[in-house]
Design a protein around this ligand. Sequence first.
Ligand code: G1P
Length: 288
Amino acid sequence: MPIKPLRKAVFPVGGLGTRFLPATKALPKEMLPVVDRPLIQYAVDEALEAGIEQMIFVTGRGKSAIEDHFDIAYELETTMAARGKSLEILDATRLKPGAVAYVRQQEPMGLGHAVWCARDIVGDEPFAVLLADDFMLGAPGCLKQMVKAYNQTGGNMICAMEVAEEATDKYGIITPGARDGALTEVKGLVEKPKRGTSPSNLAVIGRYILQPEVMRVLEGQEAGAGGEIQLTDAMARMIGSQPFHGLTFDGVRYDCGDKAGFIQANIAVALTRDDIGPAVREFVAGRC
Ligand code: G1P
C-alpha cells in the first residue's frame, strides 16, 4: 500500500492545566512561555518544520488566547510600526490563512476524545498529534525525525522514550517487539499501568503519527484509565492490523506539564541564547 503523506496535525489544547494553578486559572497552560515563546508556538514550529500544512487545535473554554496568539494583533502591530519597531519577532505567530482550524471539545473527557473531536477536519488521511507540554529539543525536531521514519514504515508511529521504572504509571507504556536502530516494533500498549504491572519502561511521549482508522476506533471507545477516553487504548486496538512503531527521538524531552520540567526547559533554552545565556549561566553557576 502506498504511504500517504502527512499534512495535518492535531494539537489537543483543551486540558485544564490544574498542575499549574493558579498560573493557569485564566491563562491556557499551552501559553506558558519557555523564555519568550509559548509552549504551543514551539509545537507549531516543530510541525511546520516536519512539513505539516494544516494545524488543527482542539480547544475548550478559556483557551481563546491561543487563537489570538496565531492571529494578527492590529493595535500592537500598528503601534509597533508607528514607533519604527520591527515586526519580525511576530513572524512565527502568523499561520497561513486557512491553514489553521479550531474545534471545540465541550468537556475534558480525555486525550482520545479530544483527538476524536477533530475527525471531520482530519478526514481520511494520516495525521500527527502533538502534545505541547512534551517539550522536545532536537535538530531536526522530533516530528521531523518521525516523519522520516514513517516515510519508510507507513502505519502508525509514536515517540518512545525509556523512563524510570517508578514513573511508568504516569505514561502510556509499550510492549516492545523487534528493535532496528531507533525503531521499535510496538506489540502492545497500556495506559498508565499500575505499579509493578508495566510491560516495560518504554513510554509513549506526546508525538504521534496515526492513520485515520483510529477515529473509527475512538468512536466506540469506552473510558479507560482515570475514567477518560484514552488515545492509548484506541491505538492498542490498531496493533496487528497496521504497522506500528515507536521511534526513539534523538534529542532531549522536557516534561513541561511538570513544574520542575518546565523550569529545566527554561534554563536549558536560556543557556543556548546569545542574549541572556551568559547572565543565566553566571546565575546558575553561582548557586550550584
Ligand atoms: C498523555 C498520554 C500518555 C503519554 C503522555 C506523554 O498522558 O495519555 O499515554 O505517555 O501523555 O506525555 P498525560 O500526560 O496527558 O496524562
